[in-house]
Design a protein around this ligand. Structure first.
Ligand code: FAD
Length: 508
């Protein structure tokens, strides 16, 4: 494997994506003599939101040998067991559900959720709410951290909540200590070679920064991939309507929760994310249905702070992906590559997987672009796999309080895969088999699809009970008794979230 044509990598952008990419590439390729430089404008800020993660952020820190005790306190970070979805459904008993991260004990209870949600779809009156079958949901209700005691040898996946500005600073300091060069200046012009490759960046301090390869982490501006290399943007606007957000912090309450809460409001949804020193809150909405002013007022009212003078930040979002993530000698990472709205907090997992898979593709192709097309196709499938699951939240809503929710429910601009999955659910077919036939089970598993579809109470009533179904339904009480005992017993091996964080929340 020879990297003789790759000696200097220039990363444009010092947001979370830029510094995550810098740390990863430095760790992977420092021994090959590859120099990494980050160019960051002191005048153009970072987006500065994005406070929740999936379990892949743990993999990211583990891959850099950075322990939780090192980074979490510096970023006011907390643990995240999953996300509660409140008021997305109006079906009695199904107004809220929890989407848990996976744990190695799910096998003991989730089989029964699949069984009873299938019976429920046939019209049998059995309990099929996912929260009852999920250990992570139980831990979350009790405000427990997802880390078991040492004598409970099972594996739990979990994510984090963190201050996005502090995590950027932490990663910047770490990368610089590891040898990454940092230039604070604004790019004014990008020069290309005759073959179209990017040659150098001209900065507003007069410097010219040449590179063999460029990583575009310039945020929604996408200065290298979209503006310079003219790679088109594929909008997801026809099935994800939200294009705006407004964010307002609030004070922490006693007993820090170990979950994100997503509450549906009149024209979008509000996030509530606990850090160790405050809550991050925001309202993600569609500007076609709601004005900026009305969104801010509705968020303030939802938070109970109509009379308080706390500054709100308004943001615009461009939802979709670039046609290619890697073109010529440039890879886009982060918002410049694409963005799916933050409902399942997938952006940073995408940053990690993009850089990781790019590095593998480059190494496997002996530092040539041999696997570029394959890589780009994989990235596009990743975006679409995640998008479909996000669209499902909107498609299955049962709210009638605004045209926004009606339009979302009636929107039939769905991918074929999503149509197939809905057909499978309504046809009472096996979800696992459908995911494997469509080859999309690695984005969201059967557990996630069942939690969402059963969680919002989408149960077509067919009333064609067979004798075997009626017999299975009789088992429900005993099964639920087993599930309750199992989950309650397991939950005794976990500590309160706050104790695990070693912080004291106000008034606790
Ligand atoms: C409302 C909202 C909520 C979100 N919530 C989540 C979440 O819960 N979880 C999650 O994982 N993600 C979330 N995200 C996404 C997340 O914020 C981003 O993916 C993440 O912050 C990475 O951003 P970035 O580094 O790509 O871009 P930015 O933070 O915008 O950084 C861009 C960088 O480029 C630099 N730059 C730009 N132009 C120039 C120039 N001409 N010269 C030099 N430098 C330049 C800037 O100075 C800056 O350093 C959310 C996003 C939004 C909009």
């Amino acid at each position: 494997m020879s990297n003789e044509n790759l000696k200097n990598i220039v990363i444009l952008g010092g947001g979370t994506a830029g510094w995550m990419a810098a740390n990863l590439l430095q760790k992977k390729w420092r021994h090959l003599g590859i120099n990494i430089t980050v160019v960051e404008s002191p005048d153009i800020g970072i987006i500065g939101v994005g406070e929740g993660s999936t379990p892949l952020l743990k993999d990211f820190f583990d891959s850099l040998d950075i322990s939780e005790s090192e980074w979490m306190p510096k970023c006011n970070a907390t643990y995240k067991n999953g996300i509660s979805f409140n008021n997305w459904s109006t079906v009695a008993g199904y107004e809220a559900y929890f989407h848990p991260f996976p744990c190695s004990l799910d096998f003991a209870t989730f089989g029964l959720l699949y069984k009873y949600s299938a019976l429920r779809r046939k019209g049998v009156d059995v309990l099929a709410h996912p929260n009852r079958f999920s250990l992570m949901s139980n831990l979350t209700q009790k405000k427990l951290a997802p880390i078991p005691s040492e004598n409970f040898p099972f594996h739990f996946q979990y994510g984090y909540h963190f201050d996005s500005v502090l995590i950027g600073k932490f990663l910047r300091d770490r990368a610089k200590a590891d040898g990454v060069a940092h230039i604070e200046a604004t790019v004014e012009h990008v020069e290309q070679s005759l073959n179209g490759d990017i040659k150098l960046l001209k900065l507003n301090n007069g410097e010219e920064i040449a590179g063999d390869f460029f990583v575009d982490c310039s945020g929604f501006a996408s200065i290298l991939l979209q503006k310079t290399l003219k790679i088109p943007f594929v909008s997801f606007g026809e099935n994800l309507f939200n294009d705006s957000a407004v964010a307002i912090p609030t004070e922490l309450e006693p007993n820090i929760p170990s979950e994100t809460i997503s509450t549906a409001l009149s024209n979008g949804w509000a996030w509530k994310i606990p850090l160790t020193n405050r809550y991050g809150n925001g309202y993600v909405y569609s500007s076609h249905y709601l004005s900026k002013e009305a969104a801010e007022t509705e968020l303030r009212s939802h938070l109970g702070i109509l009379d308080r003078d706390v500054e709100a930040r308004h943001l615009k979002m461009r939802v979709g992906r670039t046609e290619e993530s890697w073109s010529k000698n440039c890879l886009a990472v982060g918002l410049s590559q694409g963005f799916i709205e933050p409902l399942e907090a997938t952006a940073l997992q995408f940053v990690y997987s993009t850089v990781d898979e790019f590095a593998k593709a480059l190494e496997e192709g002996s530092f040539t672009n041999q696997y570029r097309e394959e890589f780009n196709n994989r990235m596009n499938r990743n975006f679409e796999g995640i998008r479909d699951y996000i669209v499902l939240h909107y498609k299955t809503n049962s709210r009638t309080d605004s045209q926004y929710w009606v339009d979302n429910r009636e929107n039939n601009n769905l991918s074929n895969n999503l149509k197939e999955m809905l057909k499978c659910w309504y046809g009472i077919e096996d979800i696992e088999a459908a995911l494997s036939r469509l080859n999309i089970g690695n984005y969201y598993s059967q557990r996630s699809w069942a939690c969402l579809l059963a969680g919002v109470g989408v149960f077509p009533r067919q009333e064609n009970l067979s004798a075997a179904d009626a017999e299975s339904a009789k088992m429900a009480e005993a099964d639920l008794d087993y599930v309750d005992k199992f989950i309650t017993g397991c939950s005794m091996n976990f500590e309160p979230h706050e104790r695990k964080l070693a912080v004291k929340s106000p008034n606790s």
